[in-house]
Design a protein around this ligand. Structure first.
Ligand code: ADP
Ligand code: MG
Ligand code: MG
Length: 207
């Protein structure tokens, strides 16, 4: 991972969120308040603008700026959760480049931040259910000596599996939890956006 790749990753997320805005909002209309696509779109549009003309010295500085922008531009739960995660990832990457192993550690800090802020665990039907398996796959690949592209591809596949596996779960955190058993049978919107984030990483790293 380097500064150009980090920038391309964030831009690829913005593009993916733009393309899937309606789908994310539709998922959120079933078990939330129908704004997840709008929230993500607002957030990553603001990130794109905030990074224009900015030349950070480290991967971390770029990702911290992305995170701070998400926190300040998104009102919903996903803003502080993703914003805090990008800030935590960035804080671990105080250099112009990072190895896959270093990036795995940074991604782990991102998940820790989400868990700390949201107090959710795997199985609660949140973004964590896509993020945790993605991180585990990324880490496994990095430990085995894989390059960023291979690790990110494995992570993206795992995130999508995790996203699909949220459908039969009952939500225990966030707005969807207010529905109780009626949240069963719907895919979690935040797990879907997390899958987009890891797919964007894979597509960026492969390109
Ligand atoms: P809001 O629910 O405030 O409208 P969004 O619709 O943008 O915010 O985001 C909803 C998503 O945020 C959920 O689908 C879920 O994945 C995630 N989420 C909500 N609460 C939590 C939490 N406590 N921990 C982790 N993720 C959460
Ligand atoms: Mg919502
Ligand atoms: Mg909302």
């Amino acid at each position: 991972m380097d500064i150009d790749l980090a920038r391309a990753w964030v831009q690829a997320i913005a593009t993916a969120v733009d393309q899937h805005k309606d789908q994310l909002t539709q998922l959120d209309s079933a078990i939330g308040d129908a704004d997840h696509g709008v929230n993500m779109h607002r957030g990553f549009s603001a990130v794109t603008t905030a990074l224009e003309g900015v030349e950070p010295d480290t991967v971390g500085a770029l990702l911290v700026k992305a995170g701070t922008t998400l926190i300040s531009s998104v009102g919903g739960a996903s803003g502080p959760l993703y914003g805090g995660a990008f800030r935590a990832i960035g804080k671990m990457l105080d250099a112009p480049k990072a190895t896959p192993g270093e990036f795995a550690h940074a991604l782990a800090a991102g998940l820790d931040s989400i868990k700390k802020l949201g107090a959710a665990s795997p199985g609660d039907k949140t973004m964590i259910d896509a993020y945790a398996p993605a991180l585990a796959s990324f880490q496994q690949q990095a430990d085995a000596g894989a390059d960023l592209a291979a690790a990110a591809l494995a992570a993206a596949d795992a995130a999508e599996d995790g996203m699909r596996a949220t459908t039969p779960l009952q939500a225990r955190k966030g707005r969807a939890s207010y529905l109780g058993a009626r949240s069963v049978g719907h895919q979690d919107p935040g797990a879907a956006s997390t899958a987009l984030i890891f797919r964007a990483l894979a597509e960026t790293a492969v390109a």
